[in-house]
Design a binder for this molecule. Structure first.
Ligand code: GAP
Length: 450
């Protein structure tokens, strides 16, 4: 089977309203994207699936929604002001900046190693490169009317910070005992040196993260269980093919400054297998740092044995946009049907932006349109995202719905007026079945479960 190219995904995303370049009419802004009408539905479906599996299905995981801008001391204590860096080199003539590890084609942040690998390398414009150095990716702003150093604040580079500083609030308000987790979905900002590969590496991203607070002696078990959770979620909840995924353990050069162990699930993106979802053992790094920096006691008293300790944290972290890209790439296919090529998004129905489309065979026959409109209203009441589509011939309508992953199309024709039956067409098999209009809701409900 032919592999999907990034151009195909970018083109479909724009053509059908999934993703647009941000500020497009002004020439765009590198690393920023807007989600269109279909993109936002798909994103909401992804977030709802994650929130259900992560928060609603676990009695001991609690959701929060923390502020994007927090007291800058948070980022001092978390180590991000000192350590949230990527290695960078600069073209000495054009002053364009590049990720040193990307130019060297390796997964390391070690400056010595990068320097030696890039010794004879030129920039993509053919010029000499500067020596690699670290570049901090935190985005800055000022809070209040005076733009001086005392007013500097940062847009969060990850959502995790708010979960650590709300550890006590959640523990107390929810009367939580270890192990318990705090989960959050929200925007994060990174001044990436070279945003690229469409929405894969952006400067404004959204993350779904969960911090699981545990006793130190259960770190191995919790780490194993949350990495398995991520794999299960991607394959069973989102329907991503196992063959599109692989494990990638971080070596010492790759690990973030807070992690004792880290494992990614890689997805086979068009540009190659790359990180989709990370599971990290953050130990007591964050709570201990915040305890020291804030002076607040964040230790935990185990009432069963009187032991007091600082909890360890296992983190589960995935980007929403990256998940959307993976889902689009995995679902995209081109198939030959009746000597014609059709593009189809074989999305799991739970993720599809529209669940079904309703069409009268002809739009200039009032009796067909009236029948179809009545049915459309009933189906919309039941399924919410239902599209009315009466444009072009029926074949074209099916192709249009295939391309956006709509699992079912319902067509009303003259026979419908006499025997109340309609045609139900299945996106994946392209089979058309004649069924009683009264049975549509239960048949579609069943079909959407697959
Ligand atoms: N709290 C841990 C953390 O932020 P990370 O590996 O830097 O860890 C977690 O990011 C996830 O966020 C990644 O696995 C990826 O899905 C997503 N992500 C990170 N940087 C991104 C970027 N620049 N653009 C899009 N998604 C990104």
């Amino acid at each position: 089977m032919k592999s999907t190219s990034m151009d195909e995904i970018v083109s479909l995303s724009k053509r059908r309203g999934f993703v647009f370049q941000s500020s497009e009419i002004y020439g765009g802004l590198a690393g920023f994207y807007d989600y269109g009408p279909l993109g936002v539905e798909l994103i909401n479906n992804l977030k709802n699936s994650w929130w259900r599996a992560m928060v609603k299905d676990h009695d001991n995981i609690f959701g929060i929604d923390g502020a994007i801008i927090q007291n800058p001391q948070l980022w001092e204590a978390s180590g991000h002001l000192a350590g949230f860096t990527d290695p960078m080199v600069e073209d000495v003539l054009t002053h364009k900046r590049y990720r040193a590890d990307h130019l060297a084609g390796v997964d390391t942040t070690d400056l010595k190693e990068l320097k030696s690998l890039l010794k004879d390398k030129r920039s993509p414009d053919g010029n000499q490169l500067s020596e690699p150095r670290y570049f901090n990716m935190m985005m800055r702003t000022w809070v209040g009317p005076v733009e001086d150093d005392a007013a500097i604040a940062y847009l969060r580079p990850e959502t995790a910070g708010a979960m650590f500083i709300n550890y006590l609030n959640v523990k107390e308000t929810m009367r939580a005992k270890l192990p318990f987790g705090i989960a959050q979905i929200g925007k994060a900002f990174r001044n990436e040196i070279s945003p690229r590969d469409f929405i894969f590496r952006v400067r404004e991203l959204e993350q779904m993260e969960m911090q699981y607070f545990i006793k130190p002696d259960s770190q191995e078990e919790a780490y194993e269980s949350w990495r398995q959770f991520a794999w299960r979620f991607l394959t069973t909840e989102l329907g991503i093919k196992e063959s599109s995924l692989s494990w990638h353990e971080h070596d010492a050069n790759e690990k973030a400054h807070y992690a004792k162990a880290a494992v990614d699930i890689y997805f086979k993106f068009p540009q190659g297998p790359k990180e989709l979802w990370g599971t990290h053992n953050r130990t007591d790094y964050d709570l201990s740092s915040h305890m020291k920096s804030s002076g607040k006691d964040l230790s935990y008293l185990d009432e069963t044995n009187g032991e007091r300790f600082v909890p360890y944290v296992i983190e589960s972290s995935v980007g929403v946009g990256r998940m959307l890209l993976a889902v689009l790439c995995d679902a995209y296919c081109e198939e030959s049907v009746n000597q014609e090529t059709r593009t189809v998004l074989k999305l799991k129905p739970v993720l599809a932006p529209y669940k079904l489309a309703v069409s009268p065979l002809l739009k200039n026959k009032p009796e067909l349109v009236a029948f179809a409109k009545k049915l459309y209203a009933e189906l919309k009441q039941e399924f919410g995202m239902v599209m009315w589509d009466d444009n072009g011939n029926i074949g074209k309508r099916y192709r249009r719905q295939d391309e956006i992953g709509t699992p079912f199309c319902v067509t009303i024709d003259f026979q419908s007026l006499t025997d109340q039956s309609v045609t139900l067409r299945d996106r994946d098999t392209t089979k058309q079945e004649r069924i009683a209009a009264g049975q549509l809701i239960s048949t579609i409900k069943e079909g959407l479960k697959r």
